[in-house]
Design a protein around this ligand. Structure first.
Ligand SMILES: O=C(O)CCC(=O)C(=O)O
Ligand SMILES: [Fe+2]
Length: 292
């Protein structure tokens, strides 16, 4: 690697290049991808590495306070199942839940048999009369809006609303070691053929003006459990485009993922792929850092 103090490297870091590197890094672009882009633009590898190193080091020094904040954010506790000893099953209180897949980054676990078929049907039946075209949280204002990125129909249960809801919430709390009180009410979504939920993050963007209002009560979201209530014939996977993961929407199963900081580095960008045939039903539980 070239010494980044070399006169030629310093001279070639124009203000535009510096700005570009910082913008890419802040948008979550990883160093190898940045390096590749610079090489494609005709930079010699050693000069590009030196330019990246120098620019980012300077930028971090300039942002002393922000770095401290980032580290504090990174240590935020998150829900997590107890997978010590690599169990095949976890006792979730009233039900044994299978551990099907675990991923380190994004932190993700796929569970099998989280809900019985009866519970899936009951949840659908309790939700069906109350379904409305889905709204998404508008982080500009902290309110809600109709959104073309989300073409499902949905409704929210309040926490503990029925014996079934209370039982499922207790199961989630036990499975993920996270207090019931830190959970938002369960949301049920129905996707008809063609409906989808475009990739998004579940945490609230710290830079968005509405986030202060949305996190006033309960703090940030730190984890998500998506439970599949009914499966389409084709399509409808829960996809994580940054990680190349697609979780099949199998009835009764659930996918859990957590994010210790509201940042793309958590790799939790995810969406509901378009349903190609049949209907997909899910129930989502979002978990907050504090009582909600
Ligand atoms: O439909 C899916 O599989 C994903 C749902 C989702 O992202 C959510 O409810 O936040
Ligand atoms: Fe989501």
């Amino acid at each position: 690697m070239a010494a980044f103090t070399s006169a030629s490297t310093s001279a070639s870091i124009t203000p535009e290049l510096r700005q570009w590197i910082i913008a890419q890094a802040e948008a979550g672009c990883e160093l190898p991808a940045l390096l590749q882009a610079m090489r494609a633009a005709g930079w010699a590898e050693d000069v590009a590495v030196a330019a990246l190193e120098q620019t980012l080091a300077e930028h971090l020094r300039d942002q002393g306070v922000a770095v401290d904040t980032l580290i504090a954010e990174a240590s935020r506790p998150v829900p997590e199942p107890d997978l010590r000893g690599e169990p095949t099953w976890i006792d979730a209180g009233d039900r044994r839940v299978a551990v099907l897949t675990t991923v380190a980054l994004p932190r993700l676990v796929v569970f099998g048999g989280f809900l019985s078929d009866d519970e899936c049907e009951q949840l659908k039946a309790e939700a069906a009369p109350r379904l409305k075209r889905s709204m998404t949280v508008d982080t500009r204002t902290g309110g809600e809006e109709l959104n073309d990125d989300r073409t499902s129909a949905g409704m929210f249960f309040t926490r503990g609303e029925s014996p079934l809801i209370a039982r499922i919430e207790a199961r989630i709390a036990r499975l993920l070691n996270w207090p019931v009180e830190h959970g938002e009410g369960i949301q049920v979504l129905r996707y008809c053929s063609g409906a989808e939920y475009k990739p998004h993050y579940d945490y609230f963007d710290p830079a968005a003006p509405g986030t202060a209002r949305l996190t006033e009560h309960g703090g940030q979201r730190v984890g998500t459990l998506v439970m599949y209530l009914d499966e389409p014939l084709r399509g409808g996977a829960t996809t994580f485009p940054d990680a190349g993961i697609a979780v099949a929407p199998r009835r009764g199963n659930a996918v859990f993922f957590s994010y210790p900081m509201p940042h793309p580095a958590t790799r939790t960008l995810h969406g509901g792929a378009p349903v190609l045939e049949g209907e997909k039903w899910i129930a989502t539980k979002w978990l907050r850092e504090r009582p909600y």
